[in-house]
Design a protein around this ligand. Structure first.
Ligand SMILES: *Cc1c(COP(=O)(O)O)cnc(C)c1O
Length: 434
């Protein structure tokens, strides 16, 4: 194959109907940001919106803003917007708490729903390489319920599903490898085995079209600060299939974190808990009004794509960007031992590309640091993974070309061997949080 030129990439940018969406972001000049899978960038609208919430709604409106500015409704309103990105209906999603906390709530409910009728089902099944917080939360619930957590490789999950399983808990896109699991197929397998399926959409919501209802999933959670661009520590979200929400209503069923904001009538201040209707009971404490304003701005950057093809168009561009990235890495970065770890099949990959370098062949950490110094922001996962998020909302084809050009220079010159790049004294945020 002949070399891909920067000119050819510029031509792709010129034809890209999604290119104007980049104008929604304030990215530092000269930076090539390939880490939106870890922390989405700042939308241009966010600063003014947060300022208005702080000085106007809080500063002037004070306590009346819970109603007059709609703070109290914000978890549901932002939840309804997120629902449009994940194949859920209005009234099915709330934006609250963190992914970890939301996972705790839904996993506990899923365990209870299955095990009340079948106490012999004692296993939670997940993927061995799932993001650690998901596994830690599952571990805690397994202890409390007298259950076991079974961890399997991505290709061995199905084989684990039998009549001893209560819940299958998976992350749709793996944070290290970028591998995309088949939600519909695995959910169907879980159901056929009599188990429920809980999905974490941390690396798929806003990254690709997700169809929770179509897949028949039971519960889902996801992250606000990655592809949803909601800002550091943004509220996460939680979804419950309407069939379970209806059953929870009929049985006045609780989720374990029975805080007052999930009560049926919080402002009656009654001493006894009564769960609110539907997804409402999954709200726990007082919603974070300022953070929700920022999250809404982030979600709006994705909804803005609806005018030009929505998530389907974003997905096409994401795959084209990552195909380009892989092709360029193979052309220009060969001979250094780098392997493409992300599956090449479109149906099996999310919106990131992970490369793997055996530590015996070189220091992937130092390579990432050398790239960061050049303004190419990717990240590193031990022992040898280089992760690059290819986010179509604000990345173009020529930028992918430029990023790989820097990478080729770092490798060819051996610049990554300079001692300052391998120093790990100051653990950066990017090396500790997905
Ligand atoms: C990023 C991420 C989280 C983050 O959880 P927090 O509670 O926000 O810290 C959880 N699960 C997965 C799979 C993630 O990728």
């Amino acid at each position: 194959m002949s070399d891909i030129t920067r000119l050819a990439c510029q031509a792709l940018d010129a034809q890209d109907s999604l290119a104007p969406l980049r104008g929604q972001f304030s990215l530092p000049a000269g930076m090539l940001y390939l880490d939106g899978n870890s922390l989405g960038p700042l939308p241009s609208a966010t600063a003014a919106r947060v300022q208005a919430v702080v000085t106007g709604e809080w500063g002037q409106g004070l306590i009346s803003s819970w109603n007059s500015a709609g703070w109290i409704d914000r978890p549901r309103l932002v939840g309804d917007k997120i629902a449009r990105l994940i194949g859920a209906g209005p009234g099915e999603v709330v934006a609250v708490d963190s992914t970890s906390i939301n996972l705790y709530k839904v996993l506990a409910v899923a365990l209870a729903l299955v095990r009340e009728g079948a106490p012999g089902r004692r296993r939670i099944v997940s993927e061995r390489d799932n993001f650690p917080t998901d596994l830690y939360i599952a571990e805690s619930l397994a202890r409390q319920h007298g259950c076991d957590l079974t961890l399997a490789g991505a290709d061995e999950i199905e084989a684990q599903l039998d009549d001893s399983v209560a819940v299958l808990m998976l992350t749709q896109v793996n944070y290290r490898t970028g591998r995309l699991l088949d939600m519909a197929a695995l959910t169907a397998r879980a159901h056929a085995a009599g188990a429920l399926a809980v999905w974490d959409l941390a690396h798929s919501a806003g990254a690709l079209p997700v169809d929770l209802r179509g897949a028949g999933a039971d519960f889902a959670v996801g992250c606000g600060y990655k592809y949803l661009n909601g800002g550091p520590g943004a509220p996460a979200f939680v979804w419950v299939h309407p069939r379970h929400a209806a059953r929870m209503d009929a049985e006045a069923r609780w989720q374990p974190l029975s805080g007052w904001m999930g009560h049926a009538t919080p402002f009656d201040f009654t001493p006894g808990y009564q769960p609110g209707a539907g997804i409402g009971r999954f709200i726990c404490g007082t919603p974070s009004a300022i953070s929700l304003a920022a999250l809404e701005c982030g979600v709006d950057t994705l909804l803005a794509a609806e005018a030009c093809g929505g998530l389907a168009a974003l997905r096409r561009k994401s795959l084209a960007l990552s195909d380009l990235f892989i092709a360029l890495v193979e052309q220009r970065c060969a001979g250094h031992g780098l392997q493409v770890q992300t599956p090449r099949e479109h149906a099996r990959r999310g919106s990131q590309v992970s490369l793997y370098l055996d530590p015996a062949d070189g220091d992937a950490y130092a390579m990432v640091q050398a790239l960061i110094e050049r303004g190419v922001i990717g990240d590193f996962r031990a022992p040898g993974i280089l992760r690059f998020g290819l986010t179509p909302l604000y990345l173009g084809f020529a930028e992918v070309w430029d990023a790989v050009d820097h990478f080729a220079q770092v490798l060819a010159s051996g610049q990554w061997r300079e001692p300052r790049f391998s120093r790990r004294s100051r653990p950066s945020h990017r090396t500790t949080v997905t």
